[in-house]
Design a protein around this ligand. Structure first.
Ligand code: NDP
Length: 450
């Protein structure tokens, strides 16, 4: 039986995915973006076509949907929906964050899980891909409500996770506080102190140094590597950053440490501009400690101003780090960035740049680092947390940060070499997709049809 050409195979798989997952635009976008780059890889590896690797890879191994009932502070019963998508465990236990945000639905969790499979492969840390979350909105909820919700969520999730099975972490709306409540409930339900079941834990009880900083720092390390290839660097450059959560905060911190100037941050209400460079201590005070809105920063910082609504991508800078959410940087924003002299875009968030915007940026010669590669530092450091938990050891900050730096250099190298191998040196979208894919596909091939 003769095999179809790579192009024919890819379009047949894509057509089947589109037919089977109707009404899931984010998931289809993520799959399309990967499949569109894989023809040269399949040319080299026809055995992947024969073994039905792609048909299996686009279907999650397991999808868990559940009811999360809890009682709010007024005594009223609330019902949310919980998700855990165990996408692919060919390389190791499922690993990926939990997102608590009203926009969470099956499509969003599946796109995140799909991306996670490739990202985790790029870290070389032997972790599979998964993702989960809920449409619960932590905004405006009391601590007690967040705790009751987290406990209810874990009461169901407990059946599906474990240090050798599936290891969740944080994402949008899930930080150290939520991980603490989730871990407490897991311990209560299982009667086990299983440190490695969740990552992003408090440092006093199994959390790794630099996990909080890892995604943001890692994105800047990746950008620095990418810029270095073009005889450029972060130092002396103006950086435009969106978001003001975990990833954005530590992108801003690392940009400043490397001698750049991060001048913006945003949330869903608007953005701030601080030409002198963001005061990271004040940002942490407003967002991490007080959980206030970003406009509060501008109120307290002379020289900074807040723009309600609008687009942070209108601000002039040479580096851009989208660190808020999916599809936040579209074609108009890409054109504006180019007009304003942007040289590199590195995604701190997952899929923040639309496919059309990526095309415009790459077409204009802008260096572009996709989230799969650029934000892999968070999950890589989670894997380091798992290793430390298993060994009952604890690394200090410097060792943890230098290991993160090394991993991000390796991720960059892996992506760059793959982009060269498959004919488009410096195309990091092609590089990240193909390098991640080959690693997972090879493991799947060797493990048989499962
Ligand atoms: P946080 O919850 O800490 O912060 C999210 C930030 O993005 C907030 O400023 C939030 O503003 C803004 N935001 C979220 N949703 C929207 C929206 N729909 N419209 C406008 N602004 C929005 O999340 P993280 O920093 O952890 O995550 C940010 C991104 O990075 C996500 O794409 C996540 O998947 C990705 N990521 C995170 C990792 C991690 O280790 N935390 C690892 C790898 C990727 P507001 O408060 O107003 O909603």
């Amino acid at each position: 039986m003769s095999l179809p050409t790579p192009e024919a195979h890819l379009s047949a798989v894509l057509e089947a995915v589109e037919c089977r997952n109707q009404g899931e635009p984010e998931f289809l976008q993520a799959v399309r973006e990967v499949l569109e780059t894989l023809a040269p890889v399949l040319e080299e590896h026809p055995e992947y076509i024969e073994a039905g690797i792609l048909e299996r890879l686009v279907e999650p191994e397991r999808q868990i949907l559940f009811r999360v009932p809890w009682v709010d502070d007024r005594g009223k019963v609330q019902v949310n929906r919980g998700y855990r998508i165990q996408f692919n465990a060919a390389l190791g236990p499922y690993k990926g964050g939990l997102r608590f945000h009203p926009s969470v639905n099956l499509s969003v969790v599946k796109f995140l899980g799909f991306e996670q499979v490739f990202k985790n492969a790029l870290t070389s840390q032997r972790i599979g891909g998964g993702k989960g979350g809920s449409d619960f909105d932590p905004a405006g909820k009391s601590d007690a409500e967040v705790m009751r919700f987290s406990q209810a969520f874990m009461t169901e999730l407990v059946h599906y996770i474990g240090e050798h099975t599936d290891v969740p972490a944080g994402d949008i709306g899930v930080g150290a506080r939520e991980i603490g409540y989730l871990f407490g409930q897991y311990r209560r339900l299982t009667h086990r102190y299983e440190s490695g079941v969740l990552t992003g834990k408090g440092k006093g009880w199994g959390g790794a140094e630099v996990r909080t900083e890892a995604t943001g720092y890692g994105a800047v390390f990746f950008a620095e590597e990418m810029l270095a290839r073009a005889a450029d660097g972060v130092a002396g450059r103006r950086a435009i950053v969106s978001g003001s959560g975990n990833v954005a905060t530590y992108v801003i911190e690392k940009v400043q440490q490397l001698g750049g100037r991060a001048i913006t941050a945003s949330d869903s209400s608007g953005y701030i501009v601080d030409e002198a460079g963001i005061d990271v201590d004040l940002l942490k005070q407003v967002k991490e400690t007080e959980r206030a809105r970003i406009s509060e920063y501008a109120e307290r910082r002379p020289g900074a101003h807040f723009v309600a609504g609008g687009s942070v991508w209108d601000v002039r800078g040479e580096l851009a780090f989208p660190c808020a959410t999916q599809n936040e940087l579209g074609v108009d924003a890409a054109r504006e960035l180019i007009k304003n002299g942007v040289r590199a875009v590195a995604e701190g968030a997952n899929m923040p740049t639309t496919p059309e915007a990526i095309e415009v940026l790459q077409g204009a010669g802008v260096l572009f680092a996709p989230g799969k590669a650029a934000n892999a530092g968070g999950v890589a450091t989670s894997a380091l947390e798992m290793s430390q938990n298993a060994a009952r050891s604890r690394w200090d900050f410097d060792k943890s940060e230098s290991r993160l730096h090394e991993i991000m250099r390796d991720v960059h190298e892996l992506c760059y070499s793959a982009s060269e191998r498959y004919g488009k040196p410096g195309d990091y979208v092609l590089g990240a997709n193909s390098a991640g894919f080959v690693t997972v596909a090879q493991a799947m091939l060797e493990q048989g049809v499962i």
